[in-house]
Design a binder for this molecule. Structure first.
Ligand SMILES: Nc1ncnc2c1ncn2[C@@H]1O[C@H](COP(=O)(O)OP(=O)(O)O)[C@@H](O)[C@H]1O
Ligand SMILES: [Mg+2]
Length: 245
């Protein structure tokens, strides 16, 4: 089992979009039993799969261990892919984790899910706190989406320096240029400055996910954007396998 965190300290950079499509690639292309775990109270990942969780099943109860993850998991409609959706109860997740004082609570919960799942994709909120630290401790790789803008690059610098100063043995980071439009000078320059980073193009077919409430693979599998997600997923699998070897 491997855990893939999609994370940035910045919002609106494409984390949820990347997490949803990578989870689809894991399930549909690699045929891995996959769980997409939404850690952001905004609940975008479940929304993109048409899931509207009822309030009586608060996502927080997985962390306080009053409910098991299995009780709160939803079928995604995609074979091999389940979703553990978020809801507003996760607004107090960080303070819960601080108060229980178990620094590996998320890592242990993920580990316990390794009987059912081969891959867990974490859709992280844009925070730098105990929750993000727990997501980092639980992960085998950290995907950092960043649109080609100075503010997003600054967010990457923040993550790198946090990892270097606060984690002895942190997982590898894979920055991904998201929402790239090669007609724009700034975007071309960003691409040239980081030629090895995977690229996800800016595309209206990607934006449509939130209206269709399906991952790209379900309605535009051959689109250049889905091909980019597929290549990114292949690169992640390669890194995971070489890391475990
Ligand atoms: N490659 C892309 N092309 C076009 N729009 C995108 C792309 N990636 C993300 N978006 C749009 O950008 C917005 C923010 O994306 P989202 O994945 O919710 O970011 P985050 O989870 O980092 O806040 C959404 O409206 C989404 O549809
Ligand atoms: Mg999000």
């Amino acid at each position: 089992m491997a855990v893939i965190a999609v994370y940035s300290v910045k919002g609106g950079v494409g984390k949820t979009t990347v997490a949803a499509n990578l989870a689809w690639c894991s399930a549909a292309i690699s045929k891995r039993q996959t769980l997409l775990w939404d850690l952001d109270a905004a609940g975008g990942a479940g929304f993109l799969f048409g899931i509207d969780p009822p309030k009586r099943k608060p996502a927080l109860s997985v962390f306080s261990q009053t409910k098991s993850a299995a009780e709160l998991v939803w079928a995604s409609g995609v074979e091999n892919l389940d979703i553990l959706p978020a809801d507003e109860s996760l607004r107090s997740l960080d303070s819960l984790l601080v108060s229980i004082g178990k620094r590996k609570r998320l890592a242990k919960l993920a580990e316990a899910l390794s009987r059912e799942y081969d891959r867990i994709v974490l859709d992280c909120p844009p925070v730098l706190n105990e929750l993000s630290a727990q997501a980092i401790r639980a992960s085998d790789i950290i995907i950092v989406p960043l649109p080609p803008s100075p503010l997003a690059f600054r967010a990457l610098d923040t993550i790198v320096s946090d990892l270097q100063s606060n984690f002895k043995n942190h997982p590898p980071i894979l920055p991904v240029l998201s929402m790239v439009d090669m007609r724009r000078t700034l975007h071309r320059e960003a691409r040239e400055a980081a030629p090895d980073w995977p690229v996800i193009p800016m595309a209206s077919v990607v934006e449509q996910m939130a209206a269709r409430r399906e991952p790209l693979g379900c309605y535009a599998p051959n689109s250049p954007a889905n091909q980019a997600f597929t290549r990114l997923w292949a690169a992640i699998e390669k890194k995971l396998i070489s890391r475990k070897a």
